[in-house]
Design a protein around this ligand. Sequence first.
Ligand code: FAD
Ligand code: GLY
Length: 355
Amino acid sequence: MQSGSEIIIIGGGVIGLATAIELRLLGAEVTILCKEVNAAAGRAAAGMLAPQAERIPAGAMLDLCLKSRSLYPEWIRKIEAISGVDAGYWQCGILAPYYNASAPGEDWLDARSIQQHQSGLSESVVGGYWYPADGQVDNRALMRSLTIASQTLGIQFQDGVEVTTIHRQNGRVTHLTTNCGEMSAQHYILATGAWSQQLQSIPTVPRKGQMLSVSVPPAPTADLPLQQVLFGEEIYIVPRRDGKIIIGATTEDVGFEACNTLKGVKQLIINAIRLFPPLQACALHETWWGFRPATPDEMPILGTSADANLTLATGHYRNGILLTPITARLIADLVWHQRADNLLAAFSWQRFEPV
Ligand code: FAD
Ligand code: GLY
């Protein structure tokens, strides 16, 4: 494409915003249409950068995640330099404690070593793994930083605009119908997360996650604050530098059910206090929920679509914050330079087509 080419990105979560910024920096005129920015999973997430703690098996997905984690420091510096807004990137490491370990692998910390590593853990913890290269970003701060960066660069962000139909003719998208009228561009990118199947025939479904946060009491009340993420069984505990601690998350197949349930919140509180009893002294700060964009193989859908001028960037499920830098780079390269990196091959929508 050439400088000044017009691109519409549908969806203004982390993936839409970051991709818009890469394309703008290459010279594109970019507009983002977003139904509801506050509904984005990017706001609801924990912000863990956790390819190892998430135990992603070896293969294309792990390669993509590790590559993205390695891009984070430089990418964050770039976004923060444009926006002037700190995104809370922190390579704090992630500790993964276990209550049972039938055959622990290499680098296993036994019960004594893990308690030395992090005081205050449950006495039922039998050991765990330490992943020093995993970390976190404050995903809400990241959303702010990306939003300001996109404004600074002159990207048009239209919140409250819902695309209702993508119109096609002869293998190309011709225009979009939205709640604010019809719109068209030379190229389109679908970055609508858990809602993608409403616009495109691809298998993305919502997986609800309930979350809560607590405020750390003033020292020396408890063995807090934590200085690393705890990634336990059915629970994770993410200390932020501002004194809040994020606790998550449920994984529920309940469509777009928009609420915290008592059952969900109870599960989080019980599991969190079991793993790290000093949390009992913390004040409950906030509860919320969000919708992970899940696919059948839990890998994203990236790259070209059946329409020559529509590119797909969705389905990031549990790792969309982690995968933001690499997705933005690969998709911008594909759209702008028509360069399909080898990393994209495993993520085509066609893997779900009947053979
Ligand atoms: P979203 O952030 O959901 O944004 C999509 C946007 O598209 C929304 O704003 C929506 O309003 C808009 N949209 C939808 N349909 C339309 C339409 N028709 N027209 C216009 N706009 C539309 N990932 C990690 O890497 N680490 C974590 O620790 C982590 N924790 C998580 C915890 C929870 C509870 C949840 C829910 C997710 C978590 N994730 C995590 C996953 C991560 O948040 C997502 O993978 C990522 O945010 C997906 O980004 P996205 O931009 O594709 O979608
Ligand atoms: N990656 C954490 C979650 O999706 O809950």
